[in-house]
Design a protein around this ligand. Structure first.
Ligand code: KE4
Length: 432
């Protein structure tokens, strides 16, 4: 890295001595786009600042949680108030009750909620709960959807998409993914066949209602409705993994936006306002199978941590302000239209957007399923990533991630981002 990134480069060199790959989560290493990661020293509103003092308009937003923007006053005030009262008790608190009541009021499918500490913990627990409730063992997931690093869900399609899956990570025994089926995302016929064929021992279907982990891929009309009808018909638990979409694409998440109510919902990210959090919740008859009421065990030392809960309550209450979701929608639309304007000048690609989460894909002009995204021009995305970084725009370091717009992103940020894309596109095209 050049002088401009000297501090980050030195920190990265040191980190690799004591942290695997120098990072605490693989995507942060920038392997998908090359180069060395920036070390972020601080952030404010729509911007992050690296250890070399350079500022960037940020569209990672900590991978989704920071829907209000960085260091919002409401959350900082809540933390300043909660911290001095104690950073943890390992006991029930009024705050966790208020958070559960607030989530239940927003998502009518959630009659009861259990707080945990990550999205992975939420999906892992929802899977075990579904198996305990139904007495069945298999789970169906969708190609391209990611639900955290749960052993049984780190699975890839076997010989054909409709065969039992194979481990997608070292360290996961075949027996752990042997109960996992994989269908095509937005492929109703595939889902129908698999659910009907395995209905006797299928415990749950888990889906990202908007696929956010192949870049943003919205559900085709009828896809979620079909999953709802099929799972209801065979007594299979329908789980919406709303770790990204929860409180992001509508006040009540994707289940509100698309009008499909799952049996269980997994949450994270926005729910904690940037602090470590996860949650799973849903139908009372299913949730009552959880310890200490029922036989399905699940626990967590830091579940419902009072400081995290304070940040989450402040975030969700700020999202109750009138017009907030219209504002998020408008900001997302402006960025999408700006990107499309540049694409129309001769850059091959597409933009998928749902609310304030979007992805600019290079290559195909329509991305309707994960296999379309796999056909993207990843080299061009890498050049785009670095070209935008050089122009002061900090994007997710992978073609297969969502860009997030927050309430802190102003029209000037969006205009500067579009101008940077246009400037890079002209430069990149002249090189080809
Ligand atoms: P965590 O365990 O990382 O809190 O959540 C796992 C998870 C579950 N479900 C969905 C739909 C998710 O997107 C995630 C995690 N998202 C990734 C980014 N796409 C987090 C970034 C990372 O892994 O560092």
């Amino acid at each position: 890295m050049g002088r401009a990134f000297q501090a980050s480069s030195e920190l990265f060199r040191r980190s690799k001595e004591v942290v695997p790959g120098g990072v605490n989560s693989p995507v942060r290493a920038w392997n998908a786009v090359g180069g060395e990661p920036l070390y972020i020293a601080r952030a404010d509103g729509s911007r992050v600042f690296d250890e070399d003092g350079r500022g960037y308009i940020d569209y990672v937003c900590a991978w989704g949680p920071l829907i209000l923007g960085h260091a919002p006053r409401a959350v900082l005030d809540a933390l300043a108030e909660a911290g001095p009262r104690g950073t943890g008790f390992g006991a029930p608190t009024k705050g966790e009750l208020e958070l559960a009541e607030l989530v239940s009021a927003r998502m009518k499918g959630i009659e009861q909620l259990r707080l945990v500490n990550s999205g992975t913990e939420a999906t892992m627990s929802a899977m075990r709960l579904s198996r305990g409730y139904t007495g069945r063992t298999k789970v169906l997931k969708f190609d391209g959807c990611y639900h955290g690093h749960v052993d049984g869900l780190l699975a890839k399609a076997g010989s054909g998409v409709e065969s039992l899956s194979l481990p997608d990570s070292a360290g996961v025994p075949e027996s752990f993914t042997g109960e996992t089926l994989i269908s095509g995302f937005n492929d109703v016929d595939s889902a129908r066949r698999l659910i009907a064929e395995h209905r006797e021992d299928l415990a749950a279907v888990i889906v990202e209602p908007v696929c956010g982990n192949m870049g943003v891929i919205p559900p085709e009309p009828g896809f979620l409705e079909a999953l709802r009808e099929l799972t209801r018909r065979y007594g299979v638990v329908l789980i919406f993994d709303e770790v990204i979409t929860g409180f992001r694409v509508a006040p009540g998440g994707a289940q509100e936006r698309y009008g499909v109510t799952p049996d269980l919902t997994c949450l994270g990210k926005v729910l904690g306002g940037g602090l470590p959090v996860g949650a799973f919740g849903g139908r009372r008859d299913i949730m009552s199978c959880l310890a200490p009421v029922g036989p399905v065990y699940q626990a967590g030392t830091l579940s419902g941590n009072p400081v995290t809960v304070a940040a989450g309550l402040a975030t969700l209450r700020a999202l109750e302000e009138k017009g907030v979701y219209r504002e998020l929608e408008e900001k997302g639309r402006k960025l999408e239209e700006g990107f499309k304007g540049v694409l129309s000048s001769g850059v091959e690609g597409a933009v998928n957007r749902v609310g304030s989460m979007l992805t600019l894909f290079f290559g195909p002009d329509r991305i309707a399923a994960p296999e379309d995204a796999r056909g993207c021009d990843r080299d061009r995305f890498s050049r785009f990533f670095h070209g935008m970084l050089a122009r002061g725009i900090y994007l997710p370091p992978s073609q297969f991630e969502a860009q997030f717009v927050s309430l802190a992103h102003g029209d000037d940020d969006i205009a500067a981002t579009v101008a940077a894309f246009a400037d890079w596109a002209a430069e990149d095209s002249s090189r080809r």
